[in-house]
Design a protein around this ligand. Structure first.
Ligand code: TXA
Ligand code: MG
Length: 315
């Protein structure tokens, strides 16, 4: 494996590796993705092996735009409106699959396919040059913190991928928002970089959220343990909880590991995984990471979702 700064040569190299059935890590505007040609079952299988990902957990298929997506999934009016409003960008739509060309392991045998058009120019160019969809989960080991820098991909997947294209820190720092769109409703399957309220404003209607109970058939990935650092995390804490070997992660208080000194939720989202990863490296075995309450509005809902999963993972 080699990490390389993104240049036009790296884009060509990534495309060549994908054409030959290899896997490459690419920067996106959300988190780094581990890419394979979505039409190549063997290449897609390499993603599952490299990540240690259970085969029942389907992958997102990345498209160059709505035109490419139309060849593989069926858009209804709501799906069309959402794609027009948020693509290219951090919204993933789960829609009925209409093509047999997508390798069956991409959607883990489901009748639906999750699709999005990434806004990151590198990812976009790689799809455009390849000319066909790219399957890509986040480029981390299954269950670990998601990668927002090339170094995070190296930490987890070094020697398991053919190339890591380094595009610097990602813009959002959190994964895309995932919604299921069917004839009757839109259901939020995963909070992410696009707030639920923005989706509701676009559609002019409230949307429901999948509960853990019905998550199984609709969004298998949400049932798994996720974002697990080695170190124990305690949420909604106060600075006085933290002893000398512990860490205090504030929000808007100007302390050393503050997620955003100005109290900006977008900034907090951008640095969250990097901060947890950094503290996980320097923490002792018995250190605890105490985190301040984060407002649950806008992208704060996605931050809290990731923190809750990270805090649960020691079980
Ligand atoms: O921002 C992102 O979404 C990043 C970048 C690389 O695009 N990708 C990402 O992929 O986060 P991953 O595999 O870590 O998460 C995809 C989520 C999982 O929870 C999976 O279960 C769900 O999307 N998903 C994929 N296909 C689905 C389908 N057909 N039906 C329901 N859920 C699906
Ligand atoms: Mg992931």
């Amino acid at each position: 494996m080699v990490t390389k700064q993104e240049t036009s040569r790296q884009i060509e190299e990534a495309v060549a590796i994908l054409r030959a059935g290899g896997i490459v890590a690419l920067p996106s505007e959300t988190v780094y993705g581990l890419a394979a040609s979505a039409l190549n079952e063997e290449a897609v299988a390499k993603i599952f092996t490299a990540k240690g990902r259970p085969s029942f957990n389907p992958l997102i298929c990345h498209m160059s735009g709505i035109e490419m997506a139309r060849d593989y999934v069926k858009f209804n009016d709501r799906a069309e409106a959402l794609a027009q409003a948020f693509w290219p960008g951090a919204l993933t739509l789960v829609l009925p699959k209409i093509s047999a060309d997508i390798a069956p392991n991409v959607s883990a045998g489901l009748e639906t396919l999750a699709v999005r058009t990434p806004a990151h120019p590198t990812f976009h160019e790689v799809i455009a040059k390849l000319g066909t969809p790219i399957a890509a989960p986040s480029a981390n080991l299954s269950g670990r913190l998601s990668p927002t820098r090339a170094e995070h991909v190296e930490r987890d997947l070094q020697s398991r991928v053919n190339l890591i294209v380094d595009g610097g820190a990602t813009e959002h720092g959190l994964e895309s928002t995932v919604v299921l769109v069917d004839e009757t409703q839109v259901v939020l399957l995963r909070h992410g970089a696009i707030p639920k309220s923005a989706i509701e404003a676009c559609l002019g209607e409230d949307i429901s959220e999948a509960t853990q109970d019905d998550a199984s058939p609709k969004s298998p990935g949400q049932l798994l343990k996720h974002y697990a650092p080695r170190t124990r995390i305690v949420l909604n804490a106060s600075p006085k909880d933290a002893g000398t070997r512990d860490f205090w992660v504030g929000f808007g208080d100007g302390t050393a590991y503050d997620l955003s000194p100005s109290g900006d939720l977008r900034e907090a989202a951008r640095v969250l995984f990097d901060r947890l990863s950094q503290l996980d490296e320097i923490a002792d075995d018995d250190s605890v990471i105490y985190v301040a309450p984060i407002p649950n509005e806008g992208i704060g809902a996605a931050i809290n979702d990731r923190l809750q999963r990270a805090a649960q993972s020691g079980d």
